[in-house]
Design a protein around this ligand. Structure first.
Ligand SMILES: [Cu+2]
Length: 332
């Protein structure tokens, strides 16, 4: 019943399975994040195992039904120790493969829930995620951006140096050029103002003439275009749109402001409970730019089905300009 060829084939199959188990990273390319790659890679590795087994078992079953369907006198089954040992060992090898492969993915820092483990590559960028009835809020802390541009900027509490007066209107003084710095929270270190309207408060001259070079302190700016902005230690916020840079490790610290929600982005392989009073982390590295659907995956009330969001994965430079534009937009 059992011969050398069969033992050889079994050993080869087992060795292949174990080889695949130790190299799950090979299946990672083409996925939208490292997390999705690890999870779907495991799934396809298990399919490589399951499909041949299914074909083998079904094949034997169909062959047996066909071959013995016309036998009038059925003979009792004889004990076959070698066959029994073969299927026991084969099953053990398969289970070992499933165990090793699964353990590697479950222990992977991009997959493990509550991961505080060291992640490969550079330090992770941290984004706070807040679930609440019925939307998602995101807070990006310690944001530093250099050389960013923004349009339609409104700011208060800024100083402007070396600007030229273009016009004086009822709204304020239209200026061009000049370097801007923030007298407020210090997040804006410097920037060039291309044009904009300023409202000069107390401490500034009351009369301005066209063509005059001016210096303002503590003024409000509206409708300005900004270039070359250097922002440090800023806090940026967004609602229902989570923006992440491609190719960077991101740690999402997920919590809730009221009760149970769950952060779920299937196409990035991300899922984590949002619990009040507790921060659950997941780490990932997006590998493809694009938009991905975010769901709340924990029934949380009448607005649950509408508790949706978008995850935008952008290139690093695109991400930086988004951070700057969003920060400037929040200053007015
Ligand atoms: Cu919810």
């Amino acid at each position: 019943m059992i011969n050398r060829k069969r033992v050889g084939a079994m050993a080869l199959y087992g060795a292949t399975l174990l080889l695949m188990a130790v190299e799950p990273a090979a299946a990672q390319s083409g996925y939208a994040s490292t997390t999705e790659g690890a999870i779907r890679g495991l799934n396809s590795n298990l399919i490589y195992v399951a499909v041949p087994i299914t074909i083998l078992v079904e094949g034997i079953l169909i062959y047996t039904v066909w071959k013995y369907s016309k036998t009038d006198e059925a003979k009792p089954t004889q004990e076959n120790r070698r066959l029994e040992i073969t299927w026991t060992v084969a099953t053990a090898v398969i289970l070992l493969f499933v165990g090793v492969a699964s353990y590697q993915v479950l222990g992977n820092p991009y997959v493990a829930a509550e991961s505080q483990a060291e992640i490969p590559g550079e330090a992770a960028e941290e984004i706070e995620v807040y679930g609440q009835k019925y939307n998602w809020n995101f807070v990006y802390r310690n944001v530093s951006v250099d050389g960013a541009s923004a349009t339609d900027v409104s700011m208060t509490n800024v100083s402007i140096e070396g600007a030229t007066v273009e016009n004086v209107t009822d709204e304020g003084i239209v200026i061009s050029g000049g370097s801007v710095s923030s007298a407020g929270d210090g997040a804006l270190d410097s920037a060039s103002l291309v044009n904009g309207t300023v409202t000069a408060g107390a401490g500034n001259p009351s009369q301005y003439e066209t063509g005059e070079q001016v210096r303002f302190t503590d003024v409000s700016v509206s409708g300005a275009a900004i270039e070359g902005a250097s922002i440090t230690d800023a806090t940026v916020k967004s609602t229902n749109t989570l923006v992440m840079p491609k190719g960077q490790n991101i740690r999402l610290n997920i919590t809730s402001r009221d009760w149970l929600h769950a952060f779920h982005v299937p196409d990035l392989g991300l899922k984590q409970d949002a619990l009040p009073g507790q921060s659950n982390s997941i780490v990932t590295r997006p590998t493809k730019t694009g938009e991905y659907q975010l769901y709340c995956a924990e029934y949380c009330g009448v607005g649950h089905s509408g508790m949706l969001g978008t995850v935008e994965v952008r290139s690093q430079s695109n991400y930086d300009s988004w951070l700057a534009q969003t920060w400037f937009s929040a200053q007015g």
